[in-house]
Ligand binder design. Structure first.
Ligand code: ADP
Length: 353
């Protein structure tokens, strides 16, 4: 559709240019004819017909060249200015300044207009990437800063000599917790950056997805038993071709969240079934739920839900972005549905190979 439109556009442009050349040359030759006739009639010049035609033709060509030269002189400074503007814009972008708009008044159309538009689009995209990068750095610094501050505070308290052995033990356990948190942040960051750079073929293999889900649930047993949660599994025997380690990370993160955000005595249900050409896994909990506003943002890096409600739960807000990235690398999809204070369901859909 688009290419046909382009063909039409090209045809219209070629016809326009041809018509213009014809109009110019027609005008030039008519003017030459009129001038030579005026000159001959006033000066009684007698020449053979072929010589008259030759002079006519020569003068016509000369006038045409003159017209093109004049048009060129008039148009060139305008073109030179826009080229300069474009070069300046590209130079600024190369130096990292993306606040660039070429031809703000949209004076140029056609091919030149398209070219200018693509420079402006590129500047806009690069500006967005730069903003994301800055936000990422400030989030990382913030996440690292809070455990570091608390480690520093407790380490300095521990230097006091009047502390009882219980107090010392308590402060040391906080320091231990905070270092574990720091190490998990750095681990998650590393995973995320590795995943984002992942361009190569995933190392996929065929394996039983239901067995993998069972193993993840078994590995989290201490956590859900500790909260006396009821764990229900409805797993259809399913084979999948995927990167086993990466998908295991997806289930670990989702199941951990379900346990983390479900109060004691609640329940978590994990289901797996295949339909047509896709596999569906859902993890449903009877936990605190997620507000509609948070549902829109929880897959963003570092996004943590309402601090008031989730204050008992630690985390860096990276778990779900890792999940989303892995699911996308497998050409799948993840969706959340939730009701506040009632619970949440995360549904992962993966294609069959
Ligand atoms: P975190 O490490 O903070 O858990 P995630 O990326 O895994 O980071 O989750 C982001 C946010 O999504 C959490 O802070 C929480 O507010 C919300 N969330 C994720 N899973 C659940 C769930 N099962 N129930 C309620 N809220 C959830």
């Amino acid at each position: 559709m688009n290419s046909q439109y382009n063909k039409w556009q090209i045809a219209v442009r070629i016809s326009g240019a041809t018509a213009m050349v014809f109009a110019f040359s027609g005008g030039a030759f008519s003017l030459a004819y009129w001038l030579t006739h005026w000159f001959y009639s006033h000066h009684e010049v007698r020449m053979p017909e072929y010589l008259l035609q030759l002079v006519n033709w020569g003068l016509g060509v000369f006038i045409m060249i003159l017209i093109f030269a004049v048009v060129n002189v008039l148009v060139r400074p305008k073109q030179r200015a826009v080229w300069k503007e474009m070069m300046d814009a590209l130079k600024r972008m190369a130096k990292g300044d993306f606040n660039v708009i070429v031809d703000q008044d949209k004076k140029y159309h056609g091919q030149m207009g398209d070219f200018i538009q693509s420079i402006n689009d590129m500047a806009h995209e690069l500006k967005q990437v730069e903003l994301l990068r800055q936000e990422f750095i400030s989030n990382v610094s913030h996440e690292i800063q809070s455990p570091l501050t608390s480690i520093r505070g407790f380490a300095s308290t521990l230097q006091r000599e009047d502390l009882s052995p219980e107090e010392q033990k308590h402060y040391l356990s906080i320091i231990e917790q905070e270092t574990t948190r720091l190490s998990s942040i750095s681990d998650n960051l590393l995973k995320l950056t590795t995943l984002e750079a992942e361009q190569q073929q995933l190392d996929k293999k065929r394996y039983r997805l239901d067995t993998q889900l069972e193993n993840v649930v078994l590995a989290c047993e201490p956590q859900w038993l500790g909260k006396e949660l009821e764990l229900e599994l409805a797993l259809q025997e399913t084979e999948i071709v995927a990167n086993e380690e990466m998908l295991s990370q997806v289930w670990v993160n989702l199941v951990h969240n379900a346990i983390k955000f479900t109060p004691a005595l609640g329940s978590v249900k994990i289901g797996l079934h295949s339909r047509e050409n896709q596999i569906e896994v859902y993890i449903t909990d009877t936990g605190i739920g997620i507000t509609p506003e948070d549902q829109l943002r929880i897959f963003e890096r570092f996004y943590k839900g309402d601090k008031q409600r989730t204050r008992t739960a630690d985390g860096s807000g990276l778990g779900l972005s890792i999940v989303k990235k892995i699911v996308e690398l497998h050409h799948g999809d993840i969706r959340v549905s939730s009701r506040l204070h009632e619970g949440s369901t995360f549904k992962v859909t993966l294609p069959f190979e």
